[in-house]
Design a protein around this ligand. Structure first.
Ligand SMILES: Cc1cc2nc3c(=O)[nH]c(=O)nc-3n(C[C@H](O)[C@H](O)[C@H](O)COP(=O)(O)O)c2cc1C
Length: 409
């Protein structure tokens, strides 16, 4: 049984168009043996019916009203004591604003203000509503109050526009909750995971360097998800402009050599995810700035750079139990990845097609194919990088069950 087994979830549904998708979430959570009680806002009842929710959840559905019979048992307190978590999906801009203001003038806001549990918000709305300065301020406030956000992601919105505001997929909601409970159980706290991300820079002289277009987004998302699942996670990153979550251990490096040394400093590592786009070649470094006036042509010599993935995969003493490499390819993706897995001796290669501009470097979305050492191949369809990261972490967690990784509880 998974980490969601027998978990009690208080589900609050507010009035967004994405509410219909929550029926699938309830079905899936029930299959995973969760117990679910639901509260619907008045607006939510315009989008889904109490009857369908009650049938699928096989449990009580509350309205957003104080009810004399329920309140004999002080339900606005009892509900939050009963549940393991509160999940609000979808969360409207309106409810976000009410939570940020701390109101407690109806059943839902009173349950929430009386809650002693972690509260997950799954926002879903039009891109302009999400980017509205008032919503942005409210979200900042809720983050300060330690509400946990799942999404939203960038994508096609119900109104026909495209942008950030799309509700995270049902899969992503389930994965996030499963990872949360794994962390609560301390299932992976003794396993050290190291993720490399971003580009490296190889300097020609004090001001010029070779690098690439990697944004680091996919690696950061994997590190976040490993961290959120309770792994002892360190992110080793080349130069990027990305934010990273509080408490995640982060080491900033510039060159491939530094990235390798930082990996070595962390030995023994249980899981290594090499998502960094390491520059393959290293120029001869000139400590004096190259003068452009000196010649109309400048030739420089490149030598092969350190190969971090190969180094970790072939380490005699400290080979991690699971070594995952990435392959950013423009053609013959499968063929090249299968060759790479053999050459490097890693366990999986996660390949993506960077010739497709809607995925890969700098994009918020990705679509990847995982090639396993045993030549099995598995495609993860196009989704937000955060959602791809959850799927990858799910597979890492599953592989631990069969790989006899040390120290697993
Ligand atoms: C057809 C329709 C779709 C809507 N979709 C959304 C939505 O996706 N997200 C959102 O924040 N508000 C949406 N709204 C607006 C909310 O329903 C409205 O703000 C309502 O007051 C929310 O109430 P609640 O937060 O109590 O559920 C929609 C309204 C309509 C009429």
């Amino acid at each position: 049984m998974g980490t969601l087994n027998e978990k009690k979830i208080l589900l609050i549904i507010s009035g967004g168009i994405a509410a219909y998708k929550i029926l699938d979430l309830i079905r899936n959570l029930k299959k995973k043996n969760c117990e679910i009680k639901t509260i619907l806002t008045e607006s939510a009842k315009e989008f889904v019916t109490s009857l369908s929710i009650a049938s699928l959840s096989q449990n009580k559905v509350y309205e957003n009203k104080f009810d004399l019979n329920n309140e004999i048992e002080m339900d606005h307190i009892a509900l939050s004591r009963w549940c393991d978590i509160i999940l609000i999906a979808p969360t409207t801009a309106n409810l976000i604003s009410r939570l940020a203001s701390g109101s407690a003038d109806d059943f839902i806001s009173t349950v929430i203000s009386a809650s002693n549990k972690d509260i997950f918000l799954v926002p879903a709305m039009n891109v302009e509503m999400w980017n509205n300065p008032a919503t942005e301020e409210n979200v900042k406030t809720l983050l300060k109050y330690k509400y946990k956000f799942i999404g939203p992601v960038v994508g096609d919105l119900a109104c026909g526009e495209v942008g950030e505001g799309k509700m995270s997929s049902i899969n992503e909601i389930e994965n996030t909750l499963a990872h949360y409970f794994a962390k609560k159980n301390n299932s992976f706290s003794k396993l050290k995971a190291v993720v490399t991300a971003g580009p490296t820079r190889e300097y020609l002289d004090p001001v010029r360097y070779l690098s690439n277009e990697s944004s680091g987004k996919q690696g950061y998302e994997i590190a976040k998800k490993l961290f959120d699942s309770g792994f002892d996670t360190t992110l080793i990153t080349g130069p990027t402009n990305l934010n990273y979550p509080e408490n995640l251990k982060i080491i900033r490096v510039t060159s491939a050599q530094e990235m390798l040394e930082q990996c070595q400093n962390l030995f023994p590592i249980d899981i290594a995810v090499c998502a960094a786009a390491v520059v393959d070649f290293q120029p001869n470094y000139q400590s004096e700035k190259i003068k452009k006036e000196e010649s109309s042509e400048y030739n420089f010599k490149l030598s092969k750079n350190v190969d971090i993935l190969k180094h970790l995969s072939n380490h005699v003493k400290y080979r991690p139990k699971l070594v995952i490499g990435f392959a950013a390819e423009t053609n013959n993706i499968l063929e090249n990845s299968l060759k790479k897995i053999k050459d490097k001796n890693c366990d999986w290669i996660i390949a993506n097609d960077i010739s497709d501009k809607s995925i890969g470097f700098n994009s918020d979305n990705n679509e990847v194919t995982i090639i396993y050492k045993n030549q099995q191949i598995e495609k993860i369809s196009k989704a937000a990088k955060s959602e791809i990261a959850s799927e990858i972490v799910n597979r890492i967690i599953k592989s631990l069950g069969t790989n006899n990784v040390r120290n697993i509880n």
